[in-house]
Design a binder for this molecule. Structure first.
Ligand code: M6R
Length: 615
């Protein structure tokens, strides 16, 4: 996955594109590039490295003049990250230049054909193949860029969001999407192109999100023409008014986006249930659920499909749905589900969870589920994202933009939405009493202030981070609702500090991982006073007798674990089903501080990307 930006209008394109690339850097950051047309020349500047490296290089070496241009920040798929493989890519004539997010799967076959026809290639990328295919069509069919792109894309297999510029037509940019997002910002006789709206939010709040299989010719002084790539039919584009503001996408004084997003959780969770839950009245209103209540409540089974952190939120929801609504739940890695031949019945409900709403495996899983007749309910954060549009119904998490690659507030808000849905279905089905329902609502209403209280333990967590920052391995244990939290804690540590970590159900420790425990091994144990507290305390004793180092996540006032542990971090008391919303917070902070102390790039960990729009 990559970030793409384009501009055409009266402003200087360079600062608009460069700033836009910085905002999209979460999408990929192994190389970056920009192409600007100054009225005579098409100037290209690209490099391995981050957008800051690109800016330095361009400022020193390239003409940054021009009112039209395109830029790219890359997460490599075909071809290693180096200067040559960085985008943009020229066509052989030098007339066309392209940026691309996605993968052209049949690029090797097309490349062979083009080589036979005399084309040569500088890079190892599929993107350079695509731009030359477009050029080849333009020459052989004697058509303009828009038509050539359409013909070429009908030969390409794969996923893309692309922008192409032809220096012979300096008032025009042509864009297309299939499987990767692309938004067009519409200003006063100026247009912005981007993978999401963040690069142009300070210039306009009007945008068109292209649908899969659509392309658009954007011409200064003209109305945007949107067409279906497959059959050339014209589409009436829907212009959205965006709700995003600049403050939401900047760091606001925090050192990293991840820290900002951890601290945003009290307000993000409130935003998730605001207007949906009336705790005092005992009411939950959710349009996506209300409109489909029969379908959802009568589900014989819920299948959750998701990846990474969203999959962990799905695991938490398995406990909630089964516990409260008495609906059997299976939680599947979307990447596995899509390639099995899963048994799906028409009365199954598939819940797809995705922060970005663009994860390719999750998208493919829901397409498969739909083909097999299941009802698909999307839980996404990004409004208007592909998964939210592909689902039959859904609920947004309303967490606000999450920029840090490591998911934090996405996780807690996903759990919040899933809890609301489970409660709503449980109430409708009569599987919980009115008093239990009301208790859940009242407790959920108190969660933001309790999360804020957990955040006050930050300085204490820093001390623990300093103590364990140099370890090579770490074990995370939890039971019941907190088993998925253990998995999530381990994932957070792995992805930003590169320390190997494993999450396990606490009771499974004796079936293997206990062999790992010695005086070098820190074990983070989630041991709140609910669920199987006594049994978890026994596990803590087992670790202690093998000299493992214990960090306990405990309920305020805990005594038994405190006596055994090297450190404890307290969280306020709440009902068992909501404990993950509290116990997750110290684990996020612990991995954050360890990564910072180790000098790692917290917001852009190596090899990762914020949303994985490739398989
Ligand atoms: O956007 P999604 O929620 O679909 O993304 C799924 C995973 O790629 C994501 O959760 C990933 O595991 C994060 N880096 C976790 O912090």
């Amino acid at each position: 996955m990559c970030g793409i930006v384009g501009y055409i209008g009266n402003r200087d394109a360079y600062p608009v594109i460069m700033k836009g690339l910085q905002r999209l850097e979460y999408r990929g950051y192994d190389s970056a590039g920009i192409a600007l047309y100054d009225g005579n020349e098409l100037n290209l500047c690209k490099t391995k490295g981050k957008v800051a490296d690109l800016k330095k290089l361009c400022d020193e070496t390239t003409s940054t003049k021009g009112h039209v241009g395109i830029g790219h920040t890359r997460w490599a798929t075909h071809g290693i990250p180096n200067d040559v493989n960085s985008h943009p890519h020229y066509s052989n004539s030098g007339n066309l230049v392209i940026i691309h997010n996605g993968i052209i799967e049949n690029y090797a076959t097309i490349k062979k054909e083009l080589i036979k026809r005399g084309y040569s290639f500088q890079s190892d990328t599929d993107t350079e193949v695509l731009v030359n295919l477009i050029e080849d069509v333009m020459i052989n069919e004697d058509v303009k860029l828009g038509k050539a792109m359409q013909i070429a894309l009908n030969q390409a297999v794969g996923a893309y969001a692309i922008t192409v510029f032809d220096k012979r037509k300096p008032n025009e940019l042509v864009v297309a999407r299939l499987g990767s997002p692309l938004a067009i910002g519409i200003g006063e006789n100026e247009f912005f192109i981007a993978s999401d709206a963040s690069p142009f939010i300070e210039f306009t709040s009007n945008a068109i999100y292209l649908e899969d299989g659509e392309m658009a010719v954007i011409r200064l002084g003209k109305q945007i023409k949107v067409r279906k790539i497959q059959d050339d039919s014209l589409v009436d584009p829907y212009i959205q008014e965006l709700q995003l503001n600049l403050e939401q996408i900047e760091k606001n004084g925090y050192e990293h986006f991840m820290l900002k997003e951890i601290y945003e959780q009290p307000s993000a969770i409130t935003d998730t249930y605001r207007g949906r839950m009336l705790a005092n009245e005992g009411i939950i209103r959710m349009a996506g659920v209300d409109d489909n209540i029969e379908r959802l409540a009568n589900a014989k089974r819920i299948i959750v499909v998701a990846c990474g952190t969203s999959w962990h939120a799905g695991l938490v929801s398995e406990y909630i749905f089964e516990d409260l609504a008495r609906i059997p739940v299976e939680v599947e890695y979307a990447s596995e589900f899509r390639y099995r031949n899963p048994v799906i019945y028409e009365n199954d409900v598939v819940i797809a969870i995705s922060q970005s709403g663009e994860t390719a495996d999750t998208m493919a899983a829901i397409k498969l589920a739909k083909e097999k007749g299941a009802f698909v309910f999307g839980v996404c954060n990004v409004v208007g994202s592909s998964i939210s549009r592909e689902s039959h119904a859904g609920a947004y998490t309303h967490a606000g933009p999450e920029i840090g690659v490591a998911s934090t507030k996405a996780f807690t808000t996903q759990i919040t939405v899933l809890t609301l849905i489970a409660l709503k279905l449980a109430k409708y089905k009569g599987t919980i009493s009115d008093s239990t329902f009301r208790l859940h609502l009242q407790e959920l209403d108190r969660i933001p202030e309790k999360v804020a209280k957990v955040l006050e333990t930050n300085e204490h967590i820093k001390i623990i981070a300093d103590k364990y920052k140099d370890v090579s391995n770490c074990l995370y244990l939890g039971r019941g609702y907190n088993f998925p939290v253990a998995l999530e804690g381990a994932l957070k540590l792995k992805e930003i500090s590169y320390i190997h970590a494993e999450g396990y159900p606490a009771a499974e420790m004796k079936h293997g991982p206990i062999a790992l425990i010695d005086e070098q091994m820190p074990v983070v144990v989630i041991a709140t006073n609910k669920g199987h507290y006594d049994k978890v305390v026994s596990n803590v004793q087992e670790i202690k007798s093998r000299k493992g180092k214990i960090i306990g996540i405990v309920t305020e006032g805990d005594e038994a674990v405190r006596e055994l542990a090297d450190y404890v971090i307290e969280v306020p008391d709440t009902i068992e089903s909501l404990t993950p919303l509290l116990t997750t917070i110290p684990l996020q902070l612990l991995s954050y501080h360890i990564a910072v102390m180790l000098g790692k790039n917290v917001d852009q960990p190596r090899n990762l990307a914020k949303s994985v729009t490739v398989e």
